[in-house]
Design a protein around this ligand. Structure first.
Ligand code: CA
Length: 440
């Protein structure tokens, strides 16, 4: 995607909170969410973040702030899910972004700018919901560092399965338990087979974990029986959010063969409310490299464009806030920091592979990137890696230790993009909290 005036790092907004250093939502970002007043007194509708405000797109539509395709796009966002807007395609996504950018930039004036001022809602007064009716959710497994770290724990003779370097591995996940940041869920129950055991035990999971991932929202889909070519994939991706694929490791390792995870993954998945658009992310693409000694991708997963700029440099952090930290007013602890740029497969390759057999993606479908672990141990995207399967618990600043997650723990994911010559843009955060299990 070509850079344009909406990526200009010098651009500022009359919404002055958007110009603060370190702000996640400057005028160059303009991510989308679905929100309402936290009291629940009004209806969910689409919004765009600017600084510490939400632009109410239902109000934008009603107040005629925009014209033409941008106005049609805002109208499509004036409902409790963004699927219709996603289905309008890249021209409409860009029209809305560029229309709002023109009204929000410093020095903008006129009747439509005045009208837009009445469409701002403070973010501290709103609650969010899952921004689309997600038809299908597919979770990938595309970090070779994660695959290798897990392999060392469980398959010392076979670190990475033979298919890993040839295709972006995935399984079909569960939609009903996907929740927005703030989600609280009960520790799952399930079957666990002890090492060397002859019959499984049933009870609450004792090896509860998180997985740091990105969530990729599909914009326009493809017809059943057709494919999305690798170099067209970007036109089908609306944007990206943060995603925590909560994982019950003890349940997972008993149930997973031969068909993949089931109860280990289907009890909760937490996403961040704001979707950072493909256009906003354009400055942060970079070359994607496949080590020369590794298999090179098959033709449908290979292109010059994907090599030149298929990778995305998104900085990511995982934070843990324990019940003790909350109770004693202590700061959460940062567990790891990495970048999505290390991923073995790109977003475009995931989309191309998903559809190569004729599977139709639909507007609002969600793809999980798979756990994002970087090349060093400290960059691991799951606690099972950091704590080496629970054998070397992580020690927090207040002295607490974690081999796996405990009841009352909250896991917070953060993400942002930043580099010289470009505006910093952020993803906000995704927070999920563990409640005690129901007793069997
Ligand atoms: Ca996962």
């Amino acid at each position: 995607m070509q850079l344009n005036h909406t990526h200009d790092p010098a651009a500022t907004s009359w919404v002055t909170s958007a110009n603060a250093a370190g702000c996640d939502f400057p005028i160059q970002n303009l991510p989308l969410a679905v929100f309402r007043h936290y009291s629940g007194a009004d209806d969910f509708r689409g919004g765009v973040a600017i600084g510490d405000q939400v632009i109410d797109l239902a109000q934008v539509s009603a107040a005629d702030c925009l014209d033409g395709l941008a106005a049609q796009a805002a109208a499509a966002c004036a409902q409790p899910s963004l699927n219709d807007f996603f289905a309008m395609g890249p021209a409409a996504w860009q029209a809305l972004r560029h229309g709002l950018f023109a009204l929000l930039k410093s020095g903008a004036e006129g009747a439509q700018v005045d009208a837009l001022r009445s469409c701002l809602v403070p973010q501290i007064t709103v609650a969010y919901t899952v921004p689309a009716r997600i038809g299908d959710y597919t979770d990938f497994y595309t970090s070779i560092h994660h695959a290798s770290n897990i392999g060392k724990l469980f398959r010392p003779d076979d670190l990475v399965t033979p298919n890993f370097r040839w295709l972006p591995i995935a399984y079909h996940g569960r939609v009903s338990s996907i929740g927005i940041s703030g989600q609280k869920f009960r520790r799952p129950l399930g079957q666990v087979m002890a090492p060397g055991g002859s019959r499984p035990d049933f009870g609450p999971c004792t090896r509860l974990d998180y997985e740091l991932e990105l969530g990729i929202f599909i914009g326009q889909g493809n017809a059943h029986g057709e494919q999305i070519a690798l170099d067209d994939a970007e036109q089908h991706v609306f944007g990206i959010c943060l995603l925590n694929d909560w994982s019950a490791r003890d349940i997972q390792f008993w149930e997973m063969a031969p068909l993949g995870p089931f109860l280990a993954k289907n009890f909760a998945t937490t996403i961040s409310p704001w979707i950072v658009t493909t256009e906003a992310l354009a400055p942060y693409h970079q070359a994607w490299e496949r080590p020369a000694a590794d298999p090179q991708p098959l033709p449908y997963l290979a292109s010059e464009h994907n090599r030149a700029e298929g990778a995305l440099d998104i900085q990511l952090e995982v934070w843990l806030e324990t019940a003790q930290q909350r109770a004693q007013g202590q700061a959460p602890s940062r567990l790891s920091h990495t970048s999505f740029k290390h991923q073995y497969w790109t977003v475009a390759q995931m989309v191309a592979h998903h559809t190569v057999g004729g599977c139709n993606l639909q507007p609002g479908d969600l793809l999980g990137s798979g756990t994002i672990s970087g090349p060093t141990p400290a960059e691991a995207g799951a606690l099972i890696e950091l704590a080496e399967g629970g054998r070397k618990p992580v020690t927090l600043a207040n002295g607490e230790q974690r081999g796996f997650l405990q009841d009352g723990d909250a896991v917070i994911l953060k993400g942002w993009c930043e580099k010289p010559g470009c505006a910093r843009i952020g993803f906000g955060q995704s927070r999920g909290e563990i409640l005690p299990a129901l007793q069997p």
